[in-house]
Design a protein around this ligand. Structure first.
Ligand code: 5AD
Ligand code: SF4
Length: 517
């Protein structure tokens, strides 16, 4: 078959798929030819406390090794750091199969969309992206398009793609990324869309290859999933139950990164405070892990995200010791009102949150606290919202990520009637953002005239004679310095504070003082 015939035959297949999908609006079971259990929110909630299995046997099977030779891939990533890190794993697997990375979507042979389900607008962006790719698939029928990440775990999304987006070749979920080689092979051979979404989480798979996005900062997963079930949140369903990696595997990975010269790591989990609780037979939590990692020669260690409910004194003590664990804690509060916190299922009160904040500030006076806040929760009153504002004044957060509540199907909050009009929610978000800006600017202005330590990451986006990087408290700093300082921690004297960044003058490379706890 020549190129033109091949193209025509693929277009016919696509047209057939479209026609079939239009006709058969009810029964999609015939598309599920492969290992497929429909993602089920009901199932997710029933999960028990079965112990986690560790799979150390991952390897690329010989038969797949040359699959990507002469082919390219591109992954578009939406959402949180967990997703960004999953992209690094998928890039690792694709590279091990022989594919080359490309930035050009018009020539990429495999295009993966790594999706986020946390709010409706994140999902809408993804659907418009997949819609835009319809044209590309018609032009280049041999290109494979895959949808993965959190949205793939939602039954409604899988059904919508099956019905309306026949240009998609593969849908796979968050629990079976390691199956990518087999899924790709299936997609090359199959005329139907390949759907492989595990509704139950699998094992913790170790030894997955990774192509990290940079060589200065790295993400390290310490656990997967979330068992908190905050009533608004889809994550416990899309990411499954809490599963911690073994301490020795994490420590080995961090040691390896230190040997490779990485300057900063971020320990990742949906709620890292729960780390270790699910590992049978050992009494080892996040405090222990932070203590062990603080002994490794890597200058900066961050962790995210912490739930205020189980933030322990032990963790505060370790950060207070001033080793490589940075004095920055992201502590999502979500609301300042007790009744709203209760229906959110957050398991703490305004008072206990403030107590924790005071404890942290007393033990670590130079701590930078940041947070997440949701406004316009169903039936939130003006007075309840005012309590969020007043809590912000009490804590004086250095920054906050703020959101209007977004209804997520299948979550308990989605069943609540909501009497707050959207324009009221928008006005509340605006009022809150004004406060956030005020305190962010104030936090920045304190640095004027100070010398700060900056991990220099590269040249500024706007001006390549300017270098930029972040302080340990995650403040962006721009300054002129030799390019040889990229990848190093340097002293910078701050001349000017702006709302979201600082401008300064390079002083010198920071003299290394090792502070061991
Ligand atoms: N609507 C709005 N914001 C949400 N978040 C999580 N779920 C929702 C939702 N349904 C926010 C929370 C969380 C952050 C990652 O996203 O503030 O901390
Ligand atoms: Fe969602 Fe709550 Fe878990 Fe965070 S702790 S991922 S907000 S359920």
């Amino acid at each position: 078959m020549n190129e033109e015939q091949r193209k025509q035959s693929s277009i016919n297949i696509l047209d057939e798929r479209d026609k079939k999908a239009e006709k058969e609006t009810k029964d999609y079971s015939k598309y599920f030819e492969h290992v497929y259990q429909p993602p089920s929110l009901k199932e997710a909630k029933k999960r028990g406390k079965q112990s986690v299995q560790y799979n150390d046997d991952f390897k690329i099977e010989e038969k797949y090794r040359n699959m990507g030779l002469g082919r390219t891939f591109l992954i578009k990533t939406y959402g949180c750091q967990m997703n960004a890190h999953d992209t690094e794993v998928m890039a690792g697997i694709l590279s091990a199969l022989g594919y080359q990375a490309t930035d050009d979507i018009n020539t990429a042979d495999v295009i993966l969309i790594n999706t986020c389900a946390i709010r409706e607008n994140a999902e809408n962006k993804v659907f418009s992206e997949i819609g835009n790719l319809k044209h590309l698939k018609r032009e280049r029928p041999d290109a494979l398009i895959g949808v993965c990440g959190c949205m793939s775990q939602e039954e409604s999304v899988v059904n919508k793609i099956l019905k309306s987006y026949q240009n998609v070749d593969m849908i796979f979920g968050t629990h079976n990324i390691h199956r990518l080689p087999a899924i790709l092979e299936e997609a090359y051979l199959s005329k139907a869309m390949v759907v492989e979404v595990w509704s139950k989480e699998g094992d913790v798979v170790e030894n997955l290859p990774k192509v990290r996005a940079g060589n200065i900062k790295a993400w390290v997963n310490i656990m997967y999933g979330c068992d908190k079930f905050c009533t608004y949140c889809i994550v416990p369903f899309t990411r499954g139950k809490e599963r911690s990696r073994r301490p020795e595997d994490i420590i080995e990975e961090v040691r390896g990164l230190a040997r490779e010269g990485y300057q900063e790591i971020t320990l990742l989990g949906q709620n890292v405070n729960s780390y270790g609780k699910d590992i049978e037979g050992i009494d080892y939590g996040l405090g222990d892990l932070l203590e062990d990692i603080s002994k490794i020669d890597i200058p900066r260690v961050r962790f995210t995200t912490s739930h205020p409910w189980d933030f322990t004194d032990r963790m505060i003590d370790i950060i207070a010791k001033g080793g490589n664990i940075v004095p920055h804690i992201h502590l999502p509060v979500q609301s300042g009102n007790d009744a709203v916190l209760k229906i959110m299922g957050r398991k703490y009160t305004r008072e206990s949150y403030l107590e924790l904040v005071n404890k942290i500030k007393t033990a670590i006076p130079d701590i930078a606290l940041t947070t997440d806040i949701i406004v316009g929760y169903p039936n939130e009153t003006e007075a309840q919202f005012e309590e969020t504002l007043s809590l912000y004044d009490e804590v004086e957060f250095e920054h906050a990520y703020t959101y209007i509540y977004s209804q997520r199907d299948g979550t308990p909050a989605a069943k609540m009637k909501d009497n707050v009009p959207q324009d009221v929610k928008k006005a509340r978000l605006q009022a809150l953002n004004k406060k956030v800006s005020y305190y962010s600017e104030r936090a920045m202005s304190k640095y004027e005239g100070e010398i700060v330590q900056v991990l220099c990451e590269g040249t500024s986006k706007r001006d390549d004679t300017v270098l930029s990087g972040y302080t340990d408290k995650n403040k962006l700093v721009n300054f002129k310095a030799p390019k040889s300082m990229i990848g190093k921690i340097v002293d910078v004297k701050i001349d000017e504070a702006k709302q979201y960044s600082l401008n300064g003058t390079f002083v010198q490379q920071t003299q290394k003082t090792v502070v061991m706890p």
